[in-house]
Design a protein around this ligand. Structure first.
Ligand SMILES: C[S@@+](CC[C@H](N)C(=O)[O-])C[C@H]1O[C@@H](n2cnc3c(N)ncnc32)[C@H](O)[C@@H]1O
Length: 195
């Protein structure tokens, strides 16, 4: 789905149950509970189910999404809950994660999350954004059966290849534990080496 379609989906609130009302993703919650709260970056945050959970649990959160409407909803939810979430959406261009030479703060975040968003070129800058000793968590859809990999679906085994040299703390491929999703996923939690 392109940004325009996401924009429409969030504005119409047609799928509010899967977006605004969805619970935080279980892997994010399980992982963050075992970490000391610090700075977190939620890439392709949507309306903030994960960013808001992190903020509620003491994390200082930056959320980036390409859809203005998602960030507006996220800001509104954060304000109502009196939570500090630094929702970055200066304009569609600058929050589009697909812009060439995307620049994220480097070595800045204790936790970087990419949940249910696949952009192969994002793994390198997202990894750079993690502090040494910090953690990157990613959940992406994978192909099923005879399907060929696409821009939005990795092939089985592909996700771990982006994290060579990192300590893999969790890796899973199969049906998602997240009730907001049905298609097969690959999940990873990987720790950046300290040196
Ligand atoms: C399936 S939703 C996942 C939202 C959230 N991470 C979650 O798990 O609930 C995918 C998100 O990616 C965002 N997105 C899609 N293309 C993007 C792009 N090029 N740059 C930034 N965000 C994008 C959409 O706006 C949407 O919010």
């Amino acid at each position: 789905m392109d940004i325009r379609s996401w924009e429409e989906r969030y504005r119409s609130r047609d799928r509010k149950a899967e977006d605004v009302d969805a619970e935080p993703t279980p892997l994010l919650v399980g992982t963050a509970r075992n970490l000391n709260p610090g700075r977190a970056l939620d890439l392709a945050s949507g309306t903030g189910r994960n960013a808001l959970w992190l903020a509620r649990h003491g994390w200082q959160v930056t959320a980036i999404d390409g859809a203005h409407s998602a960030i507006e909803i996220l800001r509104d939810r954060a304000q109502r809950a009196k939570l500090a979430v630094e929702a970055e959406v200066q304009n569609l261009q600058s929050s589009d994660l697909q812009i060439p030479n995307l620049r994220l703060e480097t070595r800045a975040f204790d936790l970087v999350a990419i949940c249910y968003y696949l952009q192969r070129s994002l793994f390198a800058p997202a990894k750079e954004a993690v502090k040494p000793g910090g953690v990157l968590l990613a959940i992406v859809h994978t192909t099923e059966g005879d399907e060929k990999p696409t821009e939005s679906r990795l092939c089985p085994g592909e996700l771990r290849l982006y994290f060579q040299g990192w300590e893999i703390q969790h890796y899973y491929e199969g049906k998602p534990a997240d009730p907001a999703h049905k298609r097969a996923v690959a999940e990873i939690v990987a720790q950046r080496p300290t040196n």
